[in-house]
Ligand binder design. Structure first.
Ligand code: SF4
Length: 464
């Protein structure tokens, strides 16, 4: 009998991915349009998974429609499914917009959604139909972040046009929590700046309690406002890596799609102001400086006070976090800004990991922590992250709830931030951005470390 030797270097499939599927990210972005229903053009399983995943994080009903491919759709094509889905959504929801996201299967069989939309509109040219938007989101080409940014760029491509400048700015908040979006709006509002938030899912994915089911939750940016994005005075775009995580983007000399901010600058002459997600004091100061430079107004007293209280909080807790080592993982822009925040509070992210593959994160983190022992790994899953923890002795894990099992095995605490948070309530309400976000995250990190130390102390103490 011949015994085949197993080659240890053989390809290992993804185990516990540190990323989610592309149309999921696009669906979140499309939920930020008022009265918009995302439609997943593909199999029912894709939309069921996405719906379930989002409901578990946001703890809200999340309607995501499906064109419901059957076994023969890949052979005959999906136009009939597409047409029936749009008709059904229109009659049942009466939406202002339907946003179509493709899936692995519909992209693989080469569905031409732009042509489908033209045919659908032509066949109903005498009827009033919702606005139709599409985003190409095959999951084998990127993560949920690529889907999210693809959707935002699609919105400005479909809706925007050049025109006389109006007194407003576009805010592209990136994939942050509903609480973060509300807070960003408040900051700009305090400077007297009219904002066009793109997307704004601060209400649609975080509604008050309802007495009866509402088909289309309140909130979101209205279509009429989105159509004015090309006339804004400027765009504030948060994130540095944005859509560069796409697999084809990681291949040298491959041209990436523009981000929404770049598209509006190139096509509508809307000046672009870009910076990393404003986590911590350093990056929030940068945001306030940009807003002050743009508006000619000084930071309002309310925010000066919040900044001052945050610095005081840092002084209170600094000795508990200084020099502590963390494992940090998540989406690339999220991780990059969290790394800035950890650096300013004196922590060292010994292991930084992401499921994205832009190749941008490594050199940015490495230069941020020059001289420190910091490993950065891109395009990894949670099992790989677990393997990489061998040899390092971290004090804490910081990331979404999917890494909980690593914390459990290592018997170290975890601070849950970002997306998804499936094993706690309140994920939609975590603040990450601005001075308030830094205050909330700093308090949580310090108290988590203190709880761990107190719980594992041989002496029961109640004073420190
Ligand atoms: S098949 Fe592709 S699009 Fe559908 S759920 Fe899986 S990864 Fe996402």
């Amino acid at each position: 009998m011949t015994v085949l030797k197993q080659d240890k270097k053989n390809f290992v499939s993804t185990r516990n991915a540190c990323k989610v599927c592309s149309p999921l990210g696009a669906s979140v972005a499309f939920k930020g349009i008022r009265k918009c229903v995302p439609l997943i053009h593909g199999s029912q399983g894709c939309s069921t998974y996405i719906r379930r995943y989002l409901i578990s994080h946001y703890k809200e009903p999340v309607d995501i429609a499906s064109s419901n491919f059957s076994a023969d759709t890949p052979i005959y094509g999906g136009y009939q499914n597409f047409e029936r889905a749009l008709d059904n959504i229109t009659s049942q929801f009466n939406p202002d917009a339907i946003a179509i996201c493709t899936t692995c299967l519909s992209e693989t069989i080469g569905e031409d959604i732009s042509m489908f939309i033209s045919e659908y509109k032509e066949a109903r040219k005498d009827k009033k139909i919702p606005e139709l938007i599409e985003a190409s989101t095959p999951s084998y080409q990127g993560t949920h972040m690529d889907g999210f940014h693809e959707a935002v760029t699609s919105i400005v491509k479909y809706m925007g046009s050049k025109g006389p400048t109006i007194d407003q700015v576009n805010i592209l908040p990136g994939f942050v929590s509903p609480a973060d979006i509300r807070y960003l709006k408040e900051i700009f509002d305090d400077f007297g700046i009219q904002t066009l938030m793109l997307p704004d899912y601060s209400d649609t994915l975080d509604n008050p309690n309802w007495h009866e089911y509402i088909h289309l939750p309140n909130g979101g940016t209205p279509i009429e406002e989105l159509k004015t994005c090309g006339q804004s005075k400027a765009t504030f775009e948060f994130g540095e890596i944005l859509n560069k995580g796409k697999i084809y983007g990681a291949v040298k000399n491959t041209k990436l799609n523009p981000t929404a901010g770049e598209y509006m600058e190139n096509n509508f002459d809307v000046p672009l102001i870009r910076q990393p997600l404003p986590f911590g004091v350093t990056l929030t100061d940068r945001l306030f400086n940009s807003i002050s430079g743009f508006s000619g107004k000084a930071m309002p007293e309310k925010h000066k006070m919040e900044r001052g209280r945050l610095i005081d909080l840092y002084a209170d807790g600094h000795k508990y976090v200084f020099g502590k080592k963390a494992i940090l993982y998540g989406e690339e822009d999220f991780v990059l800004s969290m790394a800035y925040f950890l650096k300013e509070i004196g922590m060292i992210p010994s292991l930084v990991a992401t499921g994205g593959s832009s190749t941008e994160l490594s050199h940015r983190i490495t230069s941020l922590f020059e001289g420190e022992e910091v490993q950065v790994h891109e395009n990894v899953d949670f099992e790989k992250i677990k393997e990489l923890t061998h040899g390092i002795v971290p004090d804490i894990i910081i990331g979404n709830s999917k890494g909980y099992y690593i914390a459990r095995e290592m018997q170290i605490p975890i601070v849950r931030v970002g997306f998804p948070i499936h094993d706690r309530i309140g994920g939609q309400n975590i603040k990450h951005v601005g001075y308030r976000g830094a205050s909330e995250m700093f308090t949580t990190i310090v108290n988590t470390l203190l709880t761990y130390r107190q719980d594992n102390s041989p002496v029961g103490y109640k004073y420190m």
